[in-house]
Write a protein that binds this ligand. Structure first.
Ligand code: NI
Length: 254
């Protein structure tokens, strides 16, 4: 069964049918889901989802687009959720120079601060990095992130960077983009990286794979992602599903 490592079911895109949709997951082969917090309210909603659904686990963290008004009080609140049994990671945290909503120094400050939270709690990190390849790697090296565990979510950089992250012990999150016609660079990374370093993820409601590109994404569509990875690597579909599931269970300890 599939382990979905990155979804946002707290998003308002699911307000109409969240419960109905989540209840169908198991019957369709989705075994476990990590719901990833992006804002403080998103983190609170994530914790609530983990309480409601036995197969939903949570990551607590603030996305770089949302760090503008963060305070140390907020960090205390994040910290307070970390000891819960179903909180499996700190994330998503990182740098986003594509939307570029917050000053780079502020983004860096809270990326480092939230990595500290991971060091303190022993939880792995879920890293969001967009158009910020060099700064992300530089900061992670400077902060000795090789002593942490984690995943580079929605991996979008080069093979060379992928090698650097794998050398640090990090996994690469692969989602809908791998099915896109213009997803050539990611296809090359998937071909290059051992299956033991890949995780399946949607980033739902965003980044739906073909043939649903542009529509609302959900974990049920991970079958298309797994099929594409199987084709690229020339291995059976089941091997992709089982190996990525084991990778996720190992990383998140669930
Ligand atoms: Ni996300």
């Amino acid at each position: 069964m599939i382990f979905e490592t990155h979804a946002h079911y707290d998003d308002e895109a699911f307000d109409e049918d969240r419960e109905k949709l989540l209840e169908t997951m198991h019957a369709h082969g989705i075994e476990k889901i990590i719901n990833v917090g992006a804002s403080l309210q998103g983190v609170r909603d994530t914790v609530a989802l983990t309480e409601k659904y036995p197969f939903v686990y949570g990551a607590v963290g603030i996305h770089p687009d949302e760090v503008g008004n963060l305070t140390e009080e907020d960090m205390k609140e994040l910290r307070s959720y970390c000891d819960r049994e179903k909180i499996a990671a700190i994330g998503e945290i990182g740098l986003d120079y594509y939307w570029d909503k917050e000053n780079h120094e502020i983004q860096k400050k809270w990326f480092v601060r939230q990595m500290d939270l991971a060091k303190e709690t022993g939880l792995p990190i879920i890293v969001h990095s967009r158009d910020a390849a060099k700064d992300t790697l530089d900061i992670m090296k400077a902060e000795r992130a090789d002593h942490l565990r984690g995943v580079i979510h929605c991996y979008s950089y080069s093979k060379e960077h992928a090698r650097e992250y794998m050398n640090m012990g990090y996994y690469l999150g692969v989602g809908g983009v791998v099915t896109f016609k213009n997803g050539k660079r990611l296809k090359e990374v998937v071909e290059y990286a051992p299956l033991d370093y890949l995780l399946l993820e949607t980033d739902a409601p965003y980044l739906a794979p073909e043939p649903y590109r542009g529509k609302r994404n959900c974990s049920l569509y991970l079958t298309y992602v797994a099929q594409t990875i199987a084709r690229i690597k020339g291995v059976p579909y089941e091997t992709v599903v089982e190996t990525t599931r084991k990778n996720a269970e190992k990383l998140f300890k669930i």
